[in-house]
Design a protein around this ligand. Sequence first.
Ligand code: NCD
Ligand code: ZN
Ligand code: ZN
Ligand code: ZN
Length: 397
Amino acid sequence: MILPGLIDAHVHLRAPGGEHKEDFRSGTRAALAGGFTTVLAMPNTRPPLVSVDAFRIAQKLANSQSLCDVFLYAGASADHIDELPRLANRAVALKIYMDDTYGPLKVRGLGTLERIFTSWPENKLICLHAEEESVAVGVALAAVTRKNVHFCHISRREEIEMIAFAKSEGLPVTCEVTPHHLYLTYEDGQRLGPYGDMRPRLQTQDDVDALWEHINTTIDIISSDHAPHTREEKGPWPHFNEQTLWDNLEYEQYNITASTAFSYDRFWRPVAEDVKQSEPPEYTLHRSTPPGVPGLESTLPLMLTAAAQKRLTYERLVELLCANPRRIFNLPEQHDTWVEVDEKLSYTFPLHPLQTKCGWSPFEGMRLIGAVQSVTLRGRKVVKDGLVLEQPESDIN
Ligand code: NCD
Ligand code: ZN
Ligand code: ZN
Ligand code: ZN
């Protein structure tokens, strides 16, 4: 089956400052291996992309190292609101973090939010990391300012239902959901330990069911939230029986030793301290490890599996992974670009060694149906037999 070049609207490629986790080269290799020819990279880097100077540095790295098209988000920060109009000329969209997650970019206070919203131009999207009550804040801001608001990685029933309601009222809101929130529950999170820990956290089966109920309606985009962290930072891989990995296993307690536990440096500590205080007790186990899981290479296989199981059509899959992100973010067409998949192939993930620098996936060992065979980007074959080519080949006759 031939698909268009896919778009991942939410990835963390970690450069500058986090190149031990990922960089533009390794991250875009993972993108191509996963069938994505365009990715939109998040601004929670070191330094974060909240100023024109920082943005320029990241853009230069992206231009010189990327193997597919990369667009960068600008980040919102209370101290740099004056830079937003100039950042808007360069960035694909603005990202505002309204809850605790990895990185220092959390915006507090209605006054600050209002100033950020009014400093950002009408014609570019504002994206929110918003969970629970802050989704309501985002909906209200969309209602009051009439600016387009996009909600990242929606994970709970109440959230998706609130966004459905906002849409039915004609508010300019859109949303995205990740494959991990469609496939995994809180119980998987317990089994996977730090390797199943991300923000928003994995939720209940009822929340997962709610997301699938909205797959043909409220959900606009599937994005990976590819958020690689190294094994060293995540701690020991949980001990579970690989063979029965995806059967209901009893939770095995495992320990994170002091030497392998990630220790936040000064840059990240303020957020870590916040998280510690707001966390329910069952999560104290992995509060010292950074949240986030990779997803560029598992997203398309998981969605192809869902299509093979008739949970959505292949046409809808293409809308969620290409047509909708292109329209919502106003991205240019890529000519002579397509992805060839074997939508019938059944295998144990991963089919090929992972290209992401972190080298692991929470979906390792899962039986999936459908894999990338080749990718052609602007007439050049960049993936062949599932493997990223060192030397792209011409693919135009
Ligand atoms: C992301 C990261 O590691 O940058 N982590 C995560 O758990 N999703 C940050 C984010 O997307 O909130
Ligand atoms: Zn987020
Ligand atoms: Zn993210
Ligand atoms: Zn992320």
